[in-house]
Design a protein around this ligand. Structure first.
Ligand SMILES: Cc1ncc(COP(=O)(O)O)c(C=O)c1O
Length: 429
């Protein structure tokens, strides 16, 4: 069975590599950081995915975050199916957009108006344009290891996908663009303050819980400090909640840490597994966006009715009990992995915020990108392969988070920790 699975996946990879760079549509899927080829997925159900060779895995990637309800949740599937029967795209407004916008506005007190786009990248790129237009300034501050999509200005020291391939930046980004992006280490408020006082910043971009250098929580006072710094210097504070939005709380990191952003970027969960992004802020800010204002931004499939329907169905599942459940499940997995590492005698630590977590191969707290990169990534790669062999699909990089969904019940998570115990013992041999 395992050999057949390998063959089917290897054959598909060779076929894809002939016609697609790396055989993939997004670089980290190529498994460059862990070796071996990726499984080619043909189906997902609840906490599981099935590959082309017929092998089933517990899926801890969950499409990198959108699938907070697991794969093919019946309510989400039926919302998509019902909408598809009424048409897949209109190129005109539909009532679903206002309904999803109302749900976002209700959950994020700093958001009075929302614009839907088709990806997180578009959300952050558009937020950047809006911030520049609103402030009349060009430079921005971001934190090393935070990923805000692949727009030129936001690619500087941009976290997992880039770090995994050892590229400091991306080729093709002009020096002029790079000069306008100042980067300091995450959780380093003093460095952020120096940068913000030296340069007139249009915006301070941050992942309020960093999830693209593994899971790195904001230290006490970091987010509030950025809020104060933005107020002091006239920069706009942009929270990239593409991962944390509707995940670490319904109101995202802004609710969890009680800090309000000027512009909020969303994606992933609000599309329920279909392509979506959104950015929003105060009415005064958002009225600068076309057609009301001069900041141009548009999209053929923006506000796509299938994506809106999937998002609405997903948000309908996320009541207070769901967040309590995500917390309980995240804690169970985190504690299980930490226990597994201890009993295998492996130096490792779990960092977790709700249902986002990372097992770092280090004995010290990881507070920023430098510390994340200093972890034993070769050992992570061996662990990843050992887990895959045991039917557990982890994100293929030390610098990523595991995503727990509502479909991962205690039994499934215990299966993951049991496999981790064996896998850690194996990599420690
Ligand atoms: C925090 C964050 N912002 C933005 C993005 C970009 O979103 P997308 O991949 O939908 O363009 C990602 C993607 O993983 C992300 O993690």
């Amino acid at each position: 069975m395992a050999a057949r699975a390998l063959n089917a996946n290897a054959t598909l990879l060779a076929r894809a590599e002939a016609v697609m760079p790396g055989g993939v549509s997004s670089p980290v899927r190529a498994f460059g950081a862990v070796g071996g080829g990726p499984p080619f997925i043909v189906a997902g159900e609840g906490p599981y995915v099935l590959d082309a060779g017929g092998r089933r895995y517990v899926d801890m990637v969950c499409s990198w975050g959108p699938l907070v309800a697991g794969h093919a949740h019946p309510a989400v599937v039926s919302a998509i199916t019902a909408q598809a029967e009424r048409g897949t795209s209109y190129g005109m407004p539909s009532p679903l957009e206002a309904e999803l916008a109302e749900a976002v506005v209700a959950a994020y007190p700093g958001v009075e108006m929302v614009r839907f786009v088709s990806s997180g990248t578009e959300a952050t790129m558009s937020a950047l344009r809006l911030a520049r237009a609103a402030t009349g300034r060009e430079a921005i501050l971001k934190f090393a290891g935070c990923y805000h999509g692949h727009a030129d200005a936001l690619l500087a020291r941009a976290g997992s996908g880039i770090a995994t391939f050892g590229l400091p930046d991306s080729a093709g980004v002009t020096a002029a663009v790079a000069r306008e992006t100042v980067t300091v280490q995450y959780n380093d408020l003093a460095a952020a303050a120096r940068a913000a006082r030296e340069r007139a910043l249009a915006a301070i971009f941050v992942e309020p819980v960093a999830a693209n250098m593994g899971c790195v929580p904001p230290e006490e006072g970091f987010l509030a400090g950025l809020r104060a710094l933005a107020d002091e210097t006239g920069a706009l504070l942009v929270f990239d909640e593409v991962i944390t939005g509707f995940r670490v709380a319904r109101g995202g990191a802004q609710e969890r840490y009680a800090v309000r952003a000027d512009i909020t970027c969303l994606g992933k969960i609000i599309g329920g597994g279909l392509p979506v992004g959104a950015y929003g802020g105060s009415r005064a800010l958002m009225e600068r966006v076309a057609p009301l204002g001069p900041v141009y931004q548009a999209g053929t499939l923006s506000g796509n009715p299938l994506a809106m329907a999937a998002g609405l169905a997903t948000l309908a599942l996320l009541d207070a009990a769901a967040y309590t459940r995500l917390e309980v499940l995240g804690a169970r997995l985190g504690e299980g992995l930490a226990r597994a590492a201890r009993s295998a005698g492996v130096l490792a630590r779990v960092q977790r915020v709700g249902s986002l977590l990372t097992l770092f191969f280090t004995d010290r707290p990881v507070r920023d990108d430098e510390e994340a990169r200093a972890c034993d990534r070769a050992r992570f790669a061996a662990f990843h392969r050992a887990m895959l062999a045991r039917g557990i699909l982890l994100p293929p990089s030390q610098l990523e988070c595991l995503f727990v969904s509502l479909a991962h019940d205690e039994d499934v998570l215990d299966q993951v920790t049991t496999a981790a115990g064996d896998a850690l013992a194996e990599v420690n041999e």
